[in-house]
Write a protein that binds this ligand. Structure first.
Ligand code: DGL
Length: 350
């Protein structure tokens, strides 16, 4: 081969190497959900989540390859109503290895929307990296007319590849919005714009393949988190009791009888109990089962020592965490301490 041809080939190889090396390495971990769902017909609302594999999802959005060096792996393929502690622990450990040992620049997690907010908050407390971790899903299955999954996945990879998203904690990317793990909540059963950030709102947007950040959160997360799941193969058991007028004490009593480690109340108003439930909660706390008061109200804090004398009963007030996220923080707090005042401090910081 003459020298000129050799020069051309070497130049082309160098250009290719530079181009690829210029792109962030983004790893997609698939867990299932509607984004991997399949419906009977494109017009049908009847579908099954967790049917399509990660490579099919990636192949459906070739445009993302201009944003990043994308690769994928399938952790599980479930509807997120079946998300559980075992998968959470596997997922957090795998993300830490990908970001801290295998040199990836970011991770995207495809996930069902039903419990996405919970997984996001669990990872917010257990991922030990400032690199972007972005959860993404869809409200319409992959086979639906105007499926929202491909655009959401493209945007999630764009956010993952964006230096703007470093150090923000774990984010959810849905319907062009970026939402922080502590505030994000699914607010509507079927709308594509179901995810909101409560009184915080969204922290940014993704459009034209770029992330645009509007605000930063102040709560502790990721590299500033004291919680370490590296050596854990199980989590403390914490249940949630829903409050309502004339509420039965039986559900809370059942958690006590089953020796749960903690119980969260999704109370009425500012985390209030029905009187029969209150009595069970006081007895449970005295038996060493930590009680956390949260609220069934979609927004607003559950205030400490307000309508309930938490200091007297050693209850913890959930402050800005809804019941499902208060449960996650209490689970992780109980891996460190059973002291109610130390646990309350965690709720003030995370
Ligand atoms: N089964 C629900 C889930 O996997 C479907 C909802 C969705 O993913 O949008 O969370």
């Amino acid at each position: 081969m003459n020298t000129f041809r050799k020069l051309i080939l070497v130049t082309a190889a160098l250009l290719a190497a530079v181009t690829l090396s210029a792109k962030p390495r983004v790893r997609i971990i698939a867990t299932g959900g509607t984004i991997a769902g399949v419906s009977a017909t494109s017009a049908s609302s009847a579908y099954t989540a967790g049917q399509v594999g990660i490579q099919t999802l990636i192949d459906a959005v070739p445009q993302m390859l201009y944003l990043a060096d994308v690769s994928g792996e399938q952790l599980v393929n479930i509807g997120s109503q079946d998300m559980n502690d075992e998968v959470w622990l596997q997922l957090a450990k795998r993300i830490n290895v990908l970001l801290n040992e295998e040199g990836y620049d970011a991770v995207v997690v495809t996930h069902g929307t039903d419990t996405m907010e919970e997984t996001a908050y669990f990872l917010n407390l257990t991922v030990k990296s400032e690199k972007p971790v972005i959860l993404v899903g869809s409200m319409r299955p992959s086979t639906a007319i105007s499926a929202d999954g491909p655009a959401n996945l493209y945007n999630a990879v764009a956010a993952a590849a964006s230096p703007e998203c470093v150090g923000l904690g774990v984010l959810c990317c849905m319907n062009n919005q970026l939402l922080d793990a502590k505030s994000v909540i699914k607010t509507h059963t079927i709308d594509c714009d179901t995810f909101e950030g409560g009184k915080v709102g969204c922290i940014g947007y993704v459009y034209n393949g770029e992330a645009h950040i509007l605000q930063r959160v102040t709560n502790k997360h990721t590299v500033n988190s004291e919680f370490d799941i590296t050596r854990l193969d199980r989590l403390p058991r914490v249940g949630i009791v829903y409050g309502y007028a004339n509420c039965s004490p039986l559900p809370m009593q059942a958690f006590v009888d089953a020796h749960f480690d903690g119980i969260v109340l999704a109370g009425v108003g500012d985390g209030n109990f029905y009187k029969d439930v209150f009595d069970v909660a006081v007895a449970a706390q005295q038996r060493g089962i930590q009680i956390v008061r949260s609220s069934r109200c979609p927004t607003g804090p559950t205030c400490l020592n307000s309508e309930v004398d938490d200091a007297r009963y050693h209850f913890v007030a959930a402050l800005d965490l809804n019941p499902q996220k208060a449960r996650i923080l209490l689970m992780l707090a109980l891996t460190k301490t059973h002291d109610w005042q130390e646990i309350q401090q965690y709720f003030m910081e995370y």
